[in-house]
Design a binder for this molecule. Structure first.
Ligand code: FE2
Length: 375
């Protein structure tokens, strides 16, 4: 690791904002029905639930998809009115909600509000024959929110209003297991504002910092700070653009998303070669690094358990920190706007985020940016 990367996690003695883990990620999209098919066919998620006009919800249709511990909700508006349509009009398809699964939603919401959170939804009880769920929500960067979900007294599928879907179409999974981290892009000068928000309001700590000397290419640079909650299950790196010769990938995102938002979601797998092979065979497009990357990678990271040939064939990147190494790869954007993309990550002890790959990776992103005429 370079000297510009600093690890600054203090020992956690008291979790100021207990979170069990990620509850779900909700996307607002133009055609949730078709997006659901994409995530089933290409990513191997199972469609397990639905809520919409047929189940008594008039203004939207939502599809619940799962793979192992990963749970996503795809939602489309039924007309041009309202917040979902406005979100979609401005941002295109994107992440609206990164929901926290908490032991006590009312206490969590109140604690966040007392420390300066902006409310999106006050605590609300949702009931059906399977019990009750308490939710509240606070705002984070841009139009993104964090729902706060307490499901201790709920034994149904997911949420009142969702009905189970038993489809004969059940493509096999791709080995994706859970959300490892979610990255936000914010405007120049705003990274530390949001770092402070996660520290002050949600009791997160800044576990890693990358300055613009770590993350720099010939053309563009960015700065990033990684925020983690008390138990380490929620990790939110926050990026801001740094001045460079040309437009940085963060600025491109901000231009096309029309403001801050979620840049990428990293999903964990136990076998990245198998997962990426499967995803590629189903049409997922990944960024490629030059083959020269593999000429020197083992000099940099040392011995790894995997054969290098399949990693080089697929374009999987390797990085090491004090505790082990990690394997990672990034998709191209998954909608027409160059906004949200995915990372697939396999951790072999490493707790970091692949800083050693940033240069090779960003050069790959810039080649794509140049193709789009945005560099
Ligand atoms: Fe990442």
């Amino acid at each position: 690791m370079t000297s510009t990367l600093t690890s600054a996690a203090p020992a956690v003695t008291h979790d100021a904002f207990p979170i069990n883990g990620t509850d779900y990620i909700e996307f607002y999209c133009g055609n949730a029905k078709q997006s659901a098919h994409y995530y089933r066919a290409a990513w191997g998620h199972q469609l397990v639930g639905y809520r919409g006009p047929e189940t008594g919800v008039r203004d939207r249709a939502s599809y619940l998809l799962v793979q192992d511990k990963l749970r996503i909700v795809l939602t489309s508006p039924m007309g041009p009115e309202g917040e979902i349509a406005a979100h979609l009009h401005k941002h295109g398809d994107g992440v609206h909600d990164m929901a926290f699964w908490v032991p006590d939603a009312r206490t969590a919401y109140q604690a966040a509000m007392d420390r300066g959170a902006q409310s999106y939804q006050e605590p609300t009880v949702h009931r059906d024959e399977h019990g009750e769920i308490v939710t509240a929500a606070i705002r984070t960067y841009g139009d993104t929110i964090h729902s706060i979900v307490e499901r201790t007294n709920y034994h149904g599928l997911f949420f009142p209003g969702f009905v189970p879907v038993a489809s004969p179409y059940q493509p096999v999974g791709t080995g994706l297991k859970y959300v490892d981290h979610c990255v936000g892009n914010v405007e120049l000068g705003k990274m530390n504002v949001w770092v402070k928000f996660y520290e002050d309001v949600l009791g997160f700590t800044n576990i890693l910092t990358f300055d613009d000397k770590t993350i720099t290419t010939e053309y563009s640079a960015l700065m990033s700070k990684v925020m983690s909650n008390g138990n380490g299950r929620i990790k939110f790196p926050i990026n801001e653009p740094a001045p460079g010769k040309k437009k940085s990938q963060i600025e491109e995102y901000l231009d096309f998303y029309r403001g801050p938002g979620v840049q990428h979601i990293a999903i964990a797998t136990d076998d990245i070669v198998k997962t990426v092979r499967e995803l590629r065979s189903r049409g997922i497009e990944f960024l490629k690094v030059p083959q020269t990357y593999y000429d020197t990678v083992l000099d940099r990271v040392g011995r790894i358990d995997e054969d290098l040939a399949p990693l080089a064939e697929l374009g999987v990147l390797v990085d090491r920190d004090d505790e082990g190494y990690l394997l990672q790869i990034f998709t191209k954007p998954v909608q027409d706007r160059p906004t949200l993309f995915y990372e697939i990550i396999q951790r072999k002890g490493a707790k970091s985020f692949g800083a050693g790959n940033f240069k090779a990776l960003f050069e790959a992103i810039e080649r794509e940016q140049a193709l789009r005429g945005n560099l």
